[in-house]
Design a protein around this ligand. Structure first.
Ligand code: A2P
Length: 273
């Protein structure tokens, strides 16, 4: 199952998140995930596990072109030249010729370098080293600035998204501009969200697990969730969400869980290096 990006490339509808795994953990988890049928793997320079992800990809019996590997530029490498270096370092750690999707991890508006950084991303895409380019944790104002100053909008904006933090306005803006929304912490970090009575009710009604209900909610919003699990049984159930659906009424009940419950950093203030 794939979704088409605005650059004409297909992206898997769901993937494996790898934060906070170390190299060994990511190596094991990604190996399991690929054997279970995962094709999208999400990592980042700042996670410190790109080498582990790369080792699993190198060993996989799945052809490289059938995998979709995403990594992200860390904050210490904002700016045109630094971004080019950061990409090369990630590519070397991953041991890959190209990555499928390269993201600016955080906008870091205080440093005001994300537009220059984005120019490097556009060049990396032209060189075929990053097949698709996008951003993470950008606000609509920041996205608009990229478009105004470079003429190129990201194919993807990966943001915190779960029923407790549903990002309605941002998603509407993405839809208007043909940007795919990718959801980090899609399960709300496995916290109280999975115990919510609505989620439990729907799980019973569909004979599914709470995590499967939440992942189905993402798919039906048109978002690409990247649940993290280090456990094969959970990885299996998290991928097994393509053969049932929530009704409009059930989606409306899920919408009531939105309480502006951000768990991670705020794009306007978060500093990550
Ligand atoms: P674990 O890695 O031990 O399986 P998120 O992707 O929203 O950040 O959530 C990740 C958290 O949710 C992790 O703590 C993960 O734990 C847990 N998790 C992942 N899949 C499931 C699942 N199917 N059921 C319950 N918890 C899950």
């Amino acid at each position: 199952m794939t979704i088409m990006l605005c650059d004409g490339r297909p992206m898997p509808r769901l993937g494996l998140g790898t934060w906070p795994m170390n190299d060994d953990g990511a190596h094991q988890a990604v190996r399991h995930a690929i054997s279970l049928g995962y094709r999208l793997i999400d990592t980042a320079a700042s996670y410190g596990n790109e080498a582990g992800v790369g080792a699993a990809v190198a060993e996989a019996s799945v052809a490289r072109e059938d995998l979709f590997i995403t990594t992200k530029l860390r904050g210490s490498h904002h700016g045109y030249d630094a971004a080019m270096r950061g990409f090369e370092e990630s590519r070397a750690r991953l041991g890959l010729d190209y990555v499928d999707l390269y993201l600016i991890h955080w906008p870091l508006p205080g440093r005001d370098l994300y537009v220059d950084t984005w120019r490097a991303f556009v060049d990396l895409r032209e060189q075929g080293l990053a097949r698709s380019i996008g951003v993470s944790n950008f606000t609509t104002a920041q996205l608009r600035r990229l478009a105004d100053e470079t003429g190129v909008l990201p194919a993807v904006n990966q943001v915190e998204l779960h029923p407790g933090f549903a990002q309605r306005e941002l998603r509407a803006w993405h839809a208007e501009h043909d940007i795919v929304t990718e959801s980090w912490s899609p399960l709300g970090r496995g916290s109280k969200l999975l115990d919510e009575p609505v989620v439990a009710d729907l799980a019973t009604a569909h004979a599914r697990t709470p995590a499967q209900i939440v992942l189905r909610w993402h798919l039906q919003l048109g978002a690409v969730p990247i649940p993290k699990s280090a456990h094969p049984e959970r990885m299996r159930q998290n991928l097994d969400v393509f053969d049932f659906s929530l009704t409009d009424e059930e989606m409306a009940r899920m919408a009531e869980l939105d309480n502006d419950g951000r768990l991670g950093g705020n794009p306007d203030t978060h500093v990550e290096l």
